[in-house]
Design a protein around this ligand. Structure first.
Ligand SMILES: Cc1cc2nc3c(=O)[nH]c(=O)nc-3n(C[C@H](O)[C@H](O)[C@H](O)COP(=O)(O)OP(=O)(O)OC[C@H]3O[C@@H](n4cnc5c(N)ncnc54)[C@H](O)[C@@H]3O)c2cc1C
Length: 362
């Protein structure tokens, strides 16, 4: 059986592994101590806290199909509420359906406006755990395995790890972020992947604050609040009413609110978790009548995590893929093929299909 190495154990890499497993010998190499990449749910004291992605676009067919193939279709869950608030001139007001995305400047296709998102009952990590469980014993998964380079070799392609070990396979799927892939491929593909090393990205810091229900003097009858651009302070762009938006995200009598910041590089470097939690409390109190200190705060930092698909970067991906086309090396993930979970899953599926179409699984 042919061997496929997948570098990156986020949702794209794991989807590719799941689709290839059984037809090929699959090794997943993940740099972090655990799988999931930008998907990480923390269950703590009755709260379900999304440190990264909280859901996927409603129109997605790929994610529900994957969930069904993993035997977990019943775990899918929609939003409990649909209306959103805006904060701007005149304070809070209910937004028209679809207006929230425009407020935030998201590139949302018209068909998706106002549809909201779906998620899994116990958080997005359920999907990662299901993939991990399905791969256990059928694929080799190594966390803490940091790839340093990917090069064509006589057997197909070779991945070198930071411990100097070399791993040969018939095909390698690079399912990392764009700059990571550029570093991995640069020794052999140089200029052709240079555009990936300049991938435009946005950073994100989110702070989830937990309160007693009585501390928040608002109905919390919506998905949350988006802050109009000229009313944003400290980069705070939105606040999700997590415990209202999705069922079972907080224990009875408590609520959780998630603040989304777009930090500057300097803020990312200088502010510690306490400083972010303080800003989050100040920010939420500007928007909502919130009394007293939060019960808890969870700060999640995501430097350069979110890809921005402008024309130049899209062309850079095309150039890199053209250079790789005659080698058994495939790019996968939302860094290359569109933002978000749905795009990442579809990209993982496409990478697996590309491997199969090359006859690697015969
Ligand atoms: C705060 C936040 C909120 C979000 N909210 C949503 C949302 O609500 N809905 C939505 O659709 N999307 C959301 N997203 C985006 C979504 O999470 C991502 O698009 C998706 O998870 C990316 O998956 P991926 O597998 O392509 O990449 P990643 O999850 O980034 O996985 C790449 C993996 O590669 C590993 N890696 C990198 N370099 C190496 C190396 N050299 N060797 C080995 N491993 C390496 C990384 O450690 C990582 O695990 C959000 C993202 C963030 C940060």
């Amino acid at each position: 059986m042919a061997k496929v190495i997948i570098v990156g154990g986020g949702i794209a890499g794991l989807t590719a592994a799941f689709r290839l497993c059984g037809d090929a010998q699959v090794d997943v190499l993940e740099a972090a101590p655990s799988l999931g990449g930008q998907i990480r749910t923390q269950l703590s004291a009755g709260f379900a806290i999304e440190r990264g992605a909280e859901g996927f676009v409603f129109r997605s067919e790929a994610v529900p199909a994957l969930a069904a193939d993993l035997g977990m279709p019943d775990e899918l869950m929609g939003q409990s509420v649909s209306q959103s608030y805006g904060f701007g001139d005149g304070g809070l007001r209910v937004l028209a359906l679809g207006e929230a995305a425009a407020f935030l400047g998201f590139q949302v296709p018209t068909a998706d406006l106002g549809k909201g998102i779906r998620t899994f009952r116990r958080g997005m990590t359920s999907l990662i755990r299901a993939l991990e469980g399905s791969l256990r014993g059928r694929a080799q998964i190594r966390c803490g395995a940091i790839a340093k380079s990917i090069e064509p070799s006589s057997q197909g392609a070779c991945v070198t790890l930071d411990d100097g070990s070399r791993h040969e396979a018939e095909l390698v799927i690079a399912a990392t972020h764009a700059r990571g892939a550029a570093t991995l491929l640069a020794p052999r593909f140089g200029a052709a992947v240079a555009g990936l090393s300049q991938a435009p990205t946005l950073s994100s810091v989110t702070v989830e604050l937990a309160f007693e229900r009585a501390q928040v003097g608002h109905a919390l009858d919506g998905t949350g609040v988006v802050v109009a651009h000229d009313h944003q302070r400290d980069g705070l762009g939105a606040c999700t009413f997590t415990s209202a938006k999705f069922a079972d995200r907080s224990p009875p009598g408590k609520v959780s609110l998630r603040l989304f910041f777009r930090p500057s590089p300097q803020q990312l470097q200088e502010l510690d978790d306490d400083a972010w939690a303080e800003r989050a409390l100040w920010g939420v109190q500007r928007i909502l009548p919130v009394q007293g200190q939060p019960l808890r705060a969870w700060v999640s930092r995501w430097p350069d995590a979110l890809p921005v698909f402008n024309d130049r970067y899209t062309a850079a991906v095309v150039e890199a893929e053209a250079a790789l086309a005659s080698h058994p090396i495939v790019l996968a993930g939302s860094a290359f093929h569109g933002s978000g979970i749905d795009a990442a899953v579809r990209s993982g599926e496409a990478a697996a299909a590309a491997a199969k179409s090359r006859g690697l699984t015969l």
